[in-house]
Ligand binder design. Structure first.
Ligand SMILES: [Zn+2]
Length: 346
């Protein structure tokens, strides 16, 4: 079996996947040409150069500039629906069984398309793909730390309306150092009361202590990244005691300079210390990766055994923002598929 196929056959879960960072290069190119956008994108290699990180990008801020470039097409009618459809379709092709897509609705609001319309467009695209392919996909809405608290409150209220139509979680991303958690407490309380799962980008480039703050103040069930706790045994113990799962995205962490290189990434150490670890691809287009290639890294760069890799997939299923019965059903289905995968690996 070719090495690439081997990682395609692994049944997967992906809990950390940004819609804005997952736009297909072909789709971006198509709209850049159709709308004659004043950007240097008229060929596929130019689209790649425009959307993907390069050696010149030196920080999370540089990385986010590339991610946000997808906003240059998403404002046009129907594009968000298509991006959402294609994100699910691409995940199905990577043998993802359960996917949670996240996106920042406020970033896509235009005069012609209010907040609710933005969320509905994405849900429609996801639903269209889920009717076509055997994959389960749910949506997380992302608040942004730099937005005014009222905007984040309005986002929770809008998200809660779609609780029974595919929105399952609430997240916050943005500059951890400049905007500490306490100003977001009210929004997260509302989200929890509405029955949404809580995940928080914390301990990515910011201090490990931000992770604890997210758990204690914002009620985080999961943490986006959280890798900066690795050098603080007390934090590691508290995260374990809280039963919180980290959504770890190794390649993205290198690209945002959260870690200097893959060799120094703490995923193996965190796993060995008993922290619940799930794997995500964060912004696959920006990073030029797939969720399959991230799982491949677990084996080849971090020496996870096939059984340990299966454990990571299951940890994702157990941390899914699904009702208990659906979660158990997903885990049971994955256990069976992982058993056959492990046999093929033996
Ligand atoms: Zn992220």
């Amino acid at each position: 079996m070719a090495e690439g196929d081997r990682w395609l056959t692994l049944p997967k879960v992906n809990l950390h996947h940004h819609l804005e960072g997952a736009v297909r290069l072909e789709t971006f190119l198509e709209y850049a040409v159709a709308y004659k956008l004043p950007i240097p994108v008229r060929t596929l290699p130019e689209a790649a150069a425009y959307l993907q990180v390069s050696d010149q990008d030196q920080s999370l801020a540089d990385f986010l500039v590339k991610v946000d470039r997808s906003l240059e097409i998403s404002k046009y009618p129907g594009v968000l629906e298509r991006m959402a459809f294609e994100a699910v379709e691409d995940s199905y092709r990577q043998n993802v069984h359960y996917l949670e897509i996240r996106f920042g609705p406020w970033l896509h609001v235009t005069e012609a398309r209010p907040l609710e319309g933005v969320i509905e467009e994405v849900l429609q695209g996801m639903a269209r793909a889920c009717r076509l392919y055997p994959i389960t996909a749910r949506l997380i809405v992302c608040a942004l730390r730099q937005h005014a608290p009222e905007k984040n409150l309005a986002l929770v209220t809008a998200a809660a309306k779609y609780r029974d139509h595919g929105v399952v979680g609430f997240d916050i991303a943005g500059d951890e150092a400049a905007y500490p958690a306490d100003i977001f407490v009210e929004a997260f309380k509302l989200a929890k009361a509405a029955g949404l799962g809580i995940t928080v980008h914390a301990g990515e480039v910011g201090e490990g202590s931000r992770v604890l703050e997210a758990i204690k103040l914002l009620g985080a069930d999961r943490i986006g990244h959280g890798i900066q706790i690795a050098d603080h045994p007390a934090l590691v113990e508290q995260v374990k005691a809280a039963g919180v799962t980290l959504e770890v995205c190794p390649t993205s962490n290198v690209h945002t300079r959260s870690v200097p290189n893959l060799a120094s990434h703490p995923i193996r150490r965190l796993f060995d210390q008993g922290v619940r670890i799930s794997l995500g691809d964060d912004d696959p287009t920006t990073s030029g990766i797939t969720i399959s290639s991230e799982y491949q890294l677990l084996r080849e760069r971090f020496a996870f055994t096939p059984a340990e890799i299966a454990q990571v997939v299951l940890a994702g299923a157990q941390a899914a923002f699904l009702p208990q019965d659906q979660k158990e059903h997903l885990a049971a289905e994955l256990r069976q598929k992982l058993d056959s995968w492990l046999q093929s690996e033996a």
